[in-house]
Design a protein around this ligand. Structure first.
Ligand SMILES: Cc1cc2nc3c(=O)[nH]c(=O)nc-3n(C[C@H](O)[C@H](O)[C@H](O)COP(=O)(O)OP(=O)(O)OC[C@H]3O[C@@H](n4cnc5c(N)ncnc54)[C@H](O)[C@@H]3O)c2cc1C
Length: 437
């Protein structure tokens, strides 16, 4: 009898721990063909002239894919790497390696689901099935106390019911051996240049750069526990984890974070309530996209009406992007974003609120800019949070104002670091009504 071969298509699940598609494929097949495709779609320019993936995130992605290959090699496998349209590449590889089925993790945002559909159609033409798995959320869809169509639109209600009636599943075992067919051409990791991007310059003002990959993600989680362990100083709320770049690419699973946090909370006197709440926010936005699709971010609300936008919104948007609005806190944050690809949650809300409420620029321009720049860009989290700030969806619960967010730690030293030009004569003055003391 011939061997059964399953192709595992990695996308935003670049890890071998807690990875259901990998373990399930190993259970069902004799041989596995692990594949990653660098799809040119993600490196093209969007209609407003921004690159979909900026060079800081692209470098992080390259590092993450390289680390996945290393980790697969450590257990006897490899990763096939290709540059091109997955709807063309996957059927070719399936044919070459006599594949019986293809596995992947289901996404929720429309561009990602479109790509899955194209792959599904292409595979179907050669009579192969693309099997979808659910693996990006903390709570498994099947364990929610309601069907997707009845998920509460209010985060508060969603949280209450999920925490009361659902449980987080345990992590799936990490494989210690993987069988692959003989591979003739595993493919080289592309360079940034091949992807059409320049090498990013690391800014000396940043506190350190994010390095992609599963190993770095697990190390960051450990670092988080060490720096928040308050055995002698009493239980304090933990700082933010800075795990989002790795979570976005699936270098670490939400369940891994959840179970490690739960263990350390008990052992080491750490209060991680905020972190657990944030993981739930992530689930909420994904499930909202699953329930509503694009309607979650496109409605007939005033926030989406062109008449609501400033007449010179293009000019205002350029100033915002370049940290040239004349409002120091906003400009400093935009300089940090442009230089490092990462800004805190507070900073994202300040700059987003400023763009939408103060400058009256279309929020979708801001979301597209964050898509390019953020090292942790995640479609549902980014577009969901932006819509939230703009008041487009249920996120009308949004209770922040720029003044309440612009806390002391974001002023003085922070502004001096990221906005030295504030002392120069040509720093723009702001003529709007906003005053942040
Ligand atoms: C306008 C705007 C755009 C955003 N775009 C993104 C994005 O593209 N990708 C992204 O991961 N987060 C996004 N966020 C959410 C949030 O700012 C970041 O997740 C957070 O700052 C990451 O830092 P952390 O890992 O230290 O978070 P922690 O506070 O340690 O939280 C742990 C994890 O929970 C998740 N999380 C935290 N807050 C949120 C939230 N509000 N919504 C969804 N998930 C959350 C993240 O995966 C994060 O790593 C955005 C927020 C705003 C206001």
């Amino acid at each position: 009898m011939s061997e059964r071969v399953i192709l595992v298509w990695f996308r935003n699940d670049l890890r071998i721990h807690d990875n259901e598609i990998l373990l399930e494929a190993m259970r069902k097949a004799d041989k596995i063909v692990p594949v990653y495709c660098f799809d040119p779609f993600y490196f093209k320019q969007n209609p407003s002239g921004n690159t979909k993936t900026g060079n800081i995130r692209a470098r992080f992605l390259l590092e993450s894919v390289a680390d996945l290959r290393r980790n697969l090699q450590k257990i006897g496998g490899d990763l096939l790497i290709r540059v091109g349209n997955p709807a063309e590449i996957l059927p070719q590889l399936a044919d070459e390696y006599h594949v019986n089925e293809v596995y992947h993790h289901r996404e929720v945002a429309n561009e990602e689901t479109d790509i899955s559909e194209q792959v599904e159609t292409a595979l179907w033409k050669i009579k192969l099935n693309l099997k979808h798995f659910i693996g990006h959320t903390l709570y498994h869809k099947e364990d929610l106390p309601f069907p997707i169509k009845d998920i509460p639109d209010s985060f508060a209600v969603f949280k209450k019911k999920v925490e009361r009636d659902s449980n987080v599943r345990p992590c799936i075992a990490t494989p210690d051996h993987i069988a692959i067919p003989e591979i003739t051409d595993a493919g080289e990791l592309p360079t940034l240049q091949i992807l059409g991007l320049d090498e990013p310059l690391d800014d000396p003002r940043s506190t350190g750069r994010y390095i992609g990959g599963e190993d770095e993600a697990l190390a960051q989680l450990e670092k988080f526990f060490v720096s928040n362990c308050n055995v002698n100083s009493g239980k304090k709320a933990a700082n933010s984890s800075k795990l989002s770049p790795w979570i976005a690419l699936g270098c670490i699973s939400l369940r891994q974070v959840y179970w490690e946090v739960t263990k350390h909370q008990q052992l080491n006197n750490i209060n991680c309530t905020g972190l657990l709440l944030d993981l739930l926010w992530r689930d909420y936005f994904r499930f909202m996209f699953k329930k509503h699709g694009q309607k979650f971010i496109i409605t007939s609300d005033a926030a989406d009406e062109p008449s609501e936008f400033a007449a010179n919104q293009d000019e205002l948007f350029e100033n915002w992007k370049n940290g040239q609005t004349g409002v120091p806190i906003v400009d400093a944050i935009m300089h940090e974003l442009n230089a490092t690809g990462y800004i805190s949650s507070n900073s994202r809300q300040i700059t987003a609120l400023f763009l939408v409420k103060e400058l009256k620029v279309d929020w979708k321009k801001g979301a597209a800019y964050f898509e390019e720049k953020l090292i942790d860009y995640s479609p549902a989290s980014n577009w969901g949070n932006w819509a939230f700030v703009a008041g487009v969806n249920d996120a009308r619960e949004s209770r922040y104002t720029i003044a309440t967010l612009a806390t002391a730690d974001l002023k003085n030293d922070y502004i001096d670091t990221w906005l030295p030009s504030i002392k120069g004569a040509d720093y723009p003055s702001y003529s709007g009504s906003l005053v942040i003391k």
